[in-house]
Design a protein around this ligand. Structure first.
Ligand code: MN
Length: 438
């Protein structure tokens, strides 16, 4: 588990002025990684770190000779077109690189003049998926989401008995994961119209989003060798935002007995920036399990996980309709919640995933599962907010939604703030629905 160190000090300031503006997602205490290039150029994609409203081109900085010692090889890997090899290096290298970046971006840094030419405005860049994702696993770890959705599908039996014993998940598709800005066509599939018993093949009528965090695997594990809970976080590189778009009508028909298939595999959108586990150290909180619930089996139980296993991360989902864009009206906030409500911690998810011997690889991605909180306004998907499409959400401007319409864009945001620590943000994860193809 990462300790608080000099890179987290709340009074640190950067010579990049925009990083010091209150409310900025990317102050010097954050230092997340992405893969980028100048927008519309044919440049190679390469690794960068966010500082204020700029991207520091890590490869250009490395060529300027500013990295020494253990940070130098880590910077070389971070500069490449995907972050897999940086992820494979492990926490010691990640930490050395973070410390070097923190020191060279501080107000009194002697490297300041060399680094000015290595900055590019974020508004001038485009991003790509930051690592080659070998495998994508979608978890299901919010007891509130599982209960709310379970009640709609199975009113008499909302929560399956296994939910409180293990982090539920299924193996998803990596091929359709794209970075923020993704625009995808409304999926088609088999749905059973209300009151009928046979399916038709048609564009989805109940398209939904899911407010999730993405969990990036850093170092992998050997096939057959499980990762103990207290070592699990050493295998995690960081977190991002993740929208697990879902076709509820396709899902309702296909999901038994093996779980979602085409209802989830048409698109998944992630935010470009990976917030490292070390950056998240100040925002840890206790992981708790109510006394009346089953307590974890030994391989999912530890003192460290109880004391610090959860993360206090505020999360929000916003909807921007095409009418809002045309009238330049503000997007509508659909819901807000917090990742600390997750029934299972990220360490438990990884430990459980490997407990049968499954090997994870650098750049593998886990979706946390929709993170709904206990309150009605904390639901992380439209199916919950509208109680299965029965209660439309009022968006103002005479608009409402039960499910997503063509032209709708969903924007996810997240941030951490705590007394005695800097506020850090995740940036945004935006995706837009296009009409179904003929
Ligand atoms: Mn999901």
């Amino acid at each position: 588990m990462n300790k608080i160190n000099e890179t987290h000090a709340p009074d640190l300031r950067s010579w990049v002025g925009s990083a010091n503006v209150a409310g900025c997602d990317f102050p010097i205490q954050n230092l997340p990684f992405a893969v980028f290039r100048r927008r519309g150029s044919s440049e190679h994609f390469r690794g960068g770190v966010a500082i204020g409203d700029q991207v520091l081109d890590i490869g250009a900085a490395h060529q300027a000779g500013v990295f020494q010692g253990e940070a130098a090889p880590a910077a070389a890997h971070a500069a490449s077109s995907s972050l897999n090899s940086l992820m494979a290096m492990g926490p010691r290298a990640w930490s050395a690189l973070r410390l070097a970046l923190s020191r060279m971006l501080r107000t009194d840094s002697p490297e300041q003049e060399q680094l000015r030419n290595c900055l590019i405005a974020q508004e001038q860049v485009e991003y790509t998926v930051p690592a080659r994702i070998g495998d994508y696993t979608d978890m299901y770890t919010s007891v509130y989401h599982a209960t709310n959705v379970g009640r709609l599908f199975r009113p008499d039996n909302p929560l399956m008995p296994n939910f409180k014993w293990l982090p539920i998940g299924y193996h998803g598709r990596a091929s359709s994961i794209a970075v923020s800005g993704q625009r995808f066509h409304r999926p088609k599939g088999q749905i059973v119209p209300p009151g009928e018993s046979s399916p038709i093949f048609t564009p989805c009528r109940r398209l939904d989003y899911e407010l999730e965090l993405g969990i990036w695997v850093g170092t992998g594990n050997t096939l057959g060798k499980s990762v103990p809970l207290d070592e699990a976080e050493r295998h995690l590189f960081g977190l991002c935002l993740l929208n697990d778009w879902s076709a509820r009508d396709i899902q309702a028909w296909e999901y038994q007995p093996l779980g979602p298939f085409l209802a989830k595999s048409f698109a998944t959108t992630i935010s470009p920036w990976i917030i490292t586990m070390e950056a998240l150290a100040p925002y840890r909180s206790a992981w708790t399990r109510e006394a009346g619930d089953p307590q974890p089996l030994a391989y999912l139980e530890s003192t460290g996980n109880r004391e610090f296993g959860a993360f206090d991360i505020c999360i929000e989902a916003w909807l921007e309709t095409s009418a809002m864009r045309e009238t330049e009206s503000a997007a509508h906030r659909l819901s807000h919640s917090n990742f600390k409500h997750s029934y299972w911690s990220v360490a438990q998810m990884l430990a459980h995933h490997t407990s049968g011997g499954c090997n994870l690889n650098p750049g593998d991605l886990l979706g946390s599962g929709t993170q709904s909180g206990p309150g009605e306004s904390e639901a992380g998907a439209l199916i919950e907010l509208t109680q299965g499409g029965k209660l439309p959400v009022d968006l103002g401007l005479g608009q409402s939604r039960t499910f997503l319409e063509d032209g709708d864009a969903v924007i996810l945001r997240a941030w951490c703030e705590r007394e005695g620590a800097a506020r850090i943000g995740f940036g945004e994860c935006r995706g837009e629905v296009l009409p179904a193809l003929d």
